[in-house]
Structure formats: structure tokens, C-alpha cells
Write a protein that binds this ligand. Structure first.
Ligand code: DAH
Length: 360
């Protein structure tokens, strides 16, 4: 057997004996690598006479091609065997419980949950959602809402003011969601039925007040909207929200610059050992302000008060969240304590719907 034939059969034997891809790679390097046996034969061609080189060259290349082919065939075989072995050992038991991680560990904040609940309830009554910016002009936050200049009501709100801009205009962090009423009336034609949930700001902080809090505004404008409609809407809302079959409400006269008449609404409840229950009891709890939209506000927003009328209301979202889910200290809402969120938060995939249950 020639030297080349011996090398050929030795290499083929090594390829056949390689038990895995790493061993096969070692065989490849030993034969075809820079310092490999076949590479050495090829580099020896340069020293040969032209005739000899022709014959030897063809033979060496045939040897190389045969080895390359054997390597590829063996590699394919080993790959398939490796995959088969993995499939045999890495089985998935689909009957095992889903491990607690990712989506299972995440929680929806109660404020987000309540906002989703509000959206579900009011969407069912034909309302859409309107939004406005947190940084608002003094004009939209106060003036267009019929707060006269220098009226004490402007101070009532403990407003965060920005420094005056080049035109001397002071922007504010909106003190309520009512400026979204203005934005909506200025851009939409009646009939209007919107709710405006969002962040609001006042310089105030204690167990029941935080400098940033959440409100939801409601606004209905058409040619005949009246307080009877408002009362029905609020009653249906509170029944759905607190998931009870009856809610007793009480309307008390009040004052807001942007409504006339203005009212505050209490709902009946029972307080038992720090817990509040709705639909029963003798106590009253204030939950919102409301009224008929003031004719000055309609006029300021380009609507003719002889043609259009409507009503509006404003509810503190954090407040109704604490009432529904029994969270005593409002400040904990915004402390971002993961233990609090794990306890009071909601599962991300349990979206509130009227058919599936709001907080089920
Ligand atoms: N904007 C009021 C507040 O923050 C709440 C409110 C009261 C809104 C009466 C209304 C309303 O739309 O009609 O105190």
C-alpha cells in the first residue's frame, strides 16, 4: 500500500470512529488543518518536478476530496444523533404547573386597575375617553372654567405654578381633570359623552392626600342633558363599580365655579371595625362633585348656552380605590414598595370587563 493510500484509510477510519462533533473536528484539523497531514502533502508539491507534480497533485486532491466528503457525511450523522439524544432527554411535562415568574409575578397597580374598571363601565354606557396634558395653561385650568382672575377659588386648589414664560404666562400642574372638559368642548361637536381619567396635582400631603393623585372627570353635553340623567349615570356607575345591587346616594348643594347648580354626592355606607360596606348602613361618605355645566364655561368653549346644555362630575380615583379595596393609607400608593404591590396588585391577564367581572 502506498503511503498515500495508508494515510487515506487511516483518516477514513478515524472519521468513522469519531464519537461526537468535537472528536470529528480534531480529525479534520489533524488532516486538513494548517499543519495537517494532507496539507503537508499539498505543500510538498512545490518542490516536485512539473510532471511528477501533475500526477501527485491529482492524487492528493482526490484524497482530500474523499476526506472532505467523509467528514461532511459523518458530521451530518453525528448532528442528527445529538438532536435525537436531546429530544429523548429534554422532555417537557405539559401537566406541570406554570412556574411563577415573568407575567405571573408582575402586578397591576390598584390605580391602573380602577382606571380600567372605570373605562369598562363607562364604555358600556357609550362614553369615550378624552385626555389632556399634566402641564396645563392657567387659562384652561382656571379661566375658561369660570374662575375669575384673583378669585380665592384659585388658591383653594393649592396650585403648583411654573415660573412665568417669556410672555409672562404661568403654566400650572393641572389641579383637576376639569381642563380636559375645556379641551373636549373646544375640539368636539356635541353630543359629547366623555370620561377623562388622569393625574392631578396639589401641594398637599397627609394620610388621605398626596401631591400627585388621580381624578376622573365626566362630561355630557347635548341639547337636553339634565340632572336626572346625571343621577342615573352615577347610580349605575357606583353599583357596577362597587359590585353591589343597590347604592343609596345623597345630593348636597355645593359650589364649583364651573357648574351651576353645583352638588356634592355622598353614598350610604356602613362602617364596621375600620371596614366600609356599601348598599347598607346609616353613614354617608362624600365621593364626588358635580353639577350642570355653567353657561359661562359653555360660552368660553364656543358653545351657545341657548342651544346646548350638559352636566359634569369629578371623582377622586385613589379615594374610590381605597374604598373598594380597603387600603387605608393613600401614601403607600406611590411609594413603589414591591411588597405592597404584591399584596394589593392585580394579575395582569385578569382584565376587568362587565361580562367577566370587574375585580374577579
Ligand atoms: N374639579 C373638581 C375638583 O377637583 C371636581 C369637580 C366638581 C369636577 C364638580 C366637576 C364638577 O366636573 O362638575 O375639586
Amino acid at each position: 500500500m502506498s503511503e498515500m493510500e495508508a494515510l487515506h484509510s487511516k483518516t477514513l477510519a478515524e472519521i468513522a470512529a469519531a464519537a461526537d462533533e468535537a472528536a470529528l473536528e480534531a480529525v479534520r484539523v489533524a488532516a486538513l488543518g494548517k499543519k495537517g497531514s494532507i496539507s503537508a502533502l499539498l505543500s510538498g508539491l512545490g518542490k516536485m518536478a512539473p510532471d511528477e507534480r501533475k500526477a501527485e497533485g491529482a492524487a492528493i486532491n482526490a484524497l482530500k476530496d474523499s476526506v472532505v466528503e467523509a467528514l461532511a457525511a459523518r458530521r451530518a450523522l453525528l448532528k442528527e444523533a445529538a438532536l435525537e439524544a436531546r429530544l429523548k432527554t429534554e422532555t417537557v411535562d405539559v401537566t406541570l404547573p406554570i412556574p411563577a415568574r415573568g407575567i405571573e409575578l408582575g402586578r397591576i397597580h390598584p390605580v391602573s386597575q380602577v382606571m380600567d374598571e372605570l373605562a369598562a363601565i363607562f364604555a358600556d354606557m357609550g362614553f369615550s375617553i378624552a385626555e389632556g396634558p399634566d402641564i396645563e395653561t392657567d387659562d384652561y385650568n382656571f379661566t375658561k372654567l369660570n374662575f375669575p382672575p384673583d378669585h380665592p377659588a384659585r388658591d383653594m386648589h393649592d396650585t403648583f405654578f411654573f415660573n412665568p414664560d417669556a410672555q409672562g404666562q404661568r403654566k400650572v400642574l393641572r389641579t383637576h381633570t376639569s381642563p380636559v372638559q375645556v379641551r373636549t368642548m373646544l375640539t368636539q361637536k356635541p353630543p359629547i359623552r366623555v370620561i377623562c381619567p388622569g393625574r392631578t396635582y396639589r401641594c398637599d400631603s397627609d394620610q388621605t392626600h398626596t401631591p400627585m393623585f388621580h381624578q376622573v372627570e365626566g362630561l355630557v353635553i347635548d341639547r337636553s342633558a339634565n340632572l336626572g340623567h346625571l343621577k342615573w349615570i352615577l347610580e349605575e356607575f357606583f353599583k357596577a363599580f362597587f359590585e353591589v345591587s343597590e347604592v343609596k346616594m345623597r345630593f348636597r348643594p355645593s359650589f364649583f365655579p364651573f357648574t351651576e347648580p353645583s352638588m356634592e354626592v355622598d353614598i350610604q355606607c356602613a362602617r364596621k371595625g375600620g371596614e366600609i360596606r356599601f348598599g347598607e348602613g346609616e353613614d354617608w361618605l362624600e365621593v364626588l362633585g358635580c353639577g350642570m355645566v355653567h353657561s359661562n364655561v359653555l360660552r368660553n368653549c364656543g358653545l351657545d348656552p341657548d342651544v346646548y346644555q350638559g352636566f359634569a362630575w369629578g371623582i377622586g380615583i385613589d379615594r374610590i380605590a381605597t374604598l373598594k379595596y380597603g387600603m387605608p393609607d393613600l401614601r403607600a400608593f406611590f411609594e413603589a414598595d414591591i411588597r405592597w404591590l404584591r399584596h394589593y396588585g392585580f394579575r395582569p391577564l385578569d382584565l376587568p370587563t362587565l361580562v367577566g367581572g370587574l375585580s374577579a
